[in-house]
Design a protein around this ligand. Sequence first.
Ligand code: OGA
Ligand code: MN
Length: 287
Amino acid sequence: MINVRPTGAALGAEITGVDLAKPMDDATFSQIVDAWHEHEVVFFRDQKLTPDQHVAFSRRFGELELHVRKDCCRPGYHELFVVSNILENGKPIGSQDAGLFWHSDLCYIQAPSRGSLFYALEVPVDASGRVLGDTKFASSTAAYNALPESTKQKIVGRKAVQSYKKGYYRARNGEVRKALTPEQEARTPDVQHPIVRTHPVNGKKCLFVNEGYTASIVGIEGAEGDALLDELIAHATRPDFVYQHQWRAGDFLLWDNCLVQHQAVHDYKLPLRRHMERTTLTGSVPF
Ligand code: OGA
Ligand code: MN
């Protein structure tokens, strides 16, 4: 029997009484899946997982994505996307600036990811003991529900353009990113998804636009479209829809990429080290 303790914010719950490194029966697994759909983000503290166990547990949820940036994956594990500021022999071991902008993982592909499973290996703590490198999660169901009726009318049935290139090339602290390879470019054409998305399992309505990748609203041109998109993006992450997770090494956290969007808090730098690894579930075409 698992124990589920909501965070008290608009979303998120801690699950206790589970050791993810041990074999798990189907009944327990399905309680975890149910809690995840209900709370949108769930996490387990004090886990000790090998890369193989991380991948194996993730596979119980379904197939895994292989990230387009293979250079950011753990050597030998194309399923494990590394988010870290650590350099080895002068080379980054993973993505150094993942999640700088609010986003939902792989929202820019035809069938965006269903969810992501994130494991904290090293968490930055400053000299005064303050924990840095939190991740914020915003409930897209809370955001949708709180929209004024007039806005709901405006966006019902509409689509928005989701663009990997918008996210990849946008300015970040003055750094200019190296051009995508032709193969990476070919794998990431712009796509269109409904602005109001229905969760495929629990049927909840979600506001599916984000700061990182949503480029425009289909069919509303120019300044009017830009203004509406800016308004929706700002609304989506209103503080009362947000849960901010403060990491501890050993945390294993699942987020649903339809029910929430997320953002990394970049408030640390070397020599304070952060090392996280993510598996990414495949998903289905939004409706
Ligand atoms: C990610 C991501 C945020 C973080 O890995 O998908 O957005 O806090 N990470 O590292
Ligand atoms: Mn992400």
